[in-house]
Design a protein around this ligand. Structure first.
Ligand code: FES
Ligand code: FE2
Length: 356
């Protein structure tokens, strides 16, 4: 049974449900792709697969280029891994691409054409501070899409030092289930009893800003607060949230932090395989004070990364218990305060479906 008929077969779906809506959410929105520091050197790249599209951002020695990971000659795939440093060289006939130009073996043998005029199939790009956003066919400007949160996002991007972890795997559930789980504060006490719950977060204060939202929650444990506050002098960060902050950039992206010393970027992308979500998480450390040796906080960051991995595993396990047929774009009948953001997410999904 298809995703479409699964959802439509639910009890009440006033607008119906169509997977084409989700493809539009992917194609027409801007999506946070990577941080400038991940592509700082020539030939560094970052790659993602979303809905069957294969997207690569890479540093061509002169600029950051985002393209569809195919060679414009006969379409061979260029990059295989998710991130790394590798020159753009096609493994099929050896075309290479440097500083905006193609270099082509046996160029003089091409008949009645100039192969150096070939173009990469590019995505639109936009920078918000040091974050690179991409879009396949944007229906609004990045500033329109991020109205009200653009400054926070830019400020966070300028507070980041480097990527310290890249952790990607499949969640065995539909992406909407994974996103709703990330919006759900109600499950934290039980599912993350020995991990996230140790922060003893107070109930979050949610702010809805356009399609995006910003949640802030105070930490409930005085000892932890004192310990974290004492670290402040080690960092040189512009953005300093008090306590815990979680930002959703609708629909697929979440950025979370405690005190701004590090950021967890979590994305839940639809794939071409029904019931599989491409989960991509990155851990960025905050910029350290320049007076400190770079390895000063290695142990602190390593333990945060390990804790995050455990939390994601707990989330993946619980999400795998929820079949897509449990989902519908209408609000649940029984909703508590910790699930308010899910109500808003479903409203946005109905709104997106209505814009056909
Ligand atoms: S397909 Fe890439 S060089 Fe021919
Ligand atoms: Fe969770």
């Amino acid at each position: 049974m298809s995703a479409v008929s699964d959802a439509v077969a639910g009890p009440v779906t006033p607008t119906g449900w169509d997977v084409a809506t989700e493809r539009r959410l992917w194609e027409e929105n801007w999506h946070l792709f990577c941080h400038r520091s991940e592509l700082a050197k020539s030939s560094e790249y970052f790659r993602l697969e979303v809905f069957g599209d294969d997207i690569v951002a890479f540093n061509d020695g002169a600029e950051i280029v985002v393209f569809d990971n195919r060679c414009p000659h006969r379409g061979a795939r260029i990059y295989d891994d998710m991130a790394g440093k590798q020159r753009w060289v096609c493994p099929y006939h050896g075309w290479s691409f440097v500083k905006g130009r193609f270099f082509i073996p046996q160029k003089e043998t091409f008949r009645d054409c100039d192969p150096t005029t070939a173009q990469l199939n590019r995505y639109d790009t936009a920078w918000v501070g040091d974050f690179l956003f991409i879009s396949k066919a944007p229906n609004q400007s990045i500033s329109e899409q991020l109205a009200g949160v653009e400054e926070i996002i830019a400020s966070i991007s300028r507070s980041i030092g480097m990527r310290r972890d890249l952790n990607a795997y499949s969640y065995h559930c539909d992406w909407k289930i994974a996103v709703e789980n990330a919006l759900d504060q109600y499950h934290v006490a039980l599912v993350h009893h020995d991990t996230l719950n140790r922060l003893k977060l107070e109930p979050a204060v949610d702010e809805y800003i356009g399609s995006n939202n910003v949640s802030r929650a105070a930490l409930g444990d005085e000892k932890t607060i004192k310990k974290l506050k004492s670290l402040s002098r080690l960092f040189d960060v512009e953005f300093k949230p008090e306590g815990y902050i979680a930002i959703q950039l609708f629909p697929f992206t979440f950025l979370t932090s405690t005190f701004g010393y590090s950021y967890s970027l979590q994305q839940f992308y639809p794939t071409s395989r029904q019931g599989e979500t491409a989960f991509v998480s990155r851990f960025y450390s905050g910029a350290l004070s320049s007076k400190l040796p770079p390895e000063t906080m290695d142990a602190f960051f390593a333990s945060s990364i390990e804790l995050n991995h455990q939390i994601f595993k707990e989330d993946a396990e619980i999400c795998a218990r929820i079949p897509l047929s449990s989902w519908s774009p209408v609000p649940e009948r029984f909703v508590c305060a910790g699930e308010d953001k899910i109500v808003e997410f479903r409203r946005l999904m109905r709104e997106a479906a209505a814009r056909t």
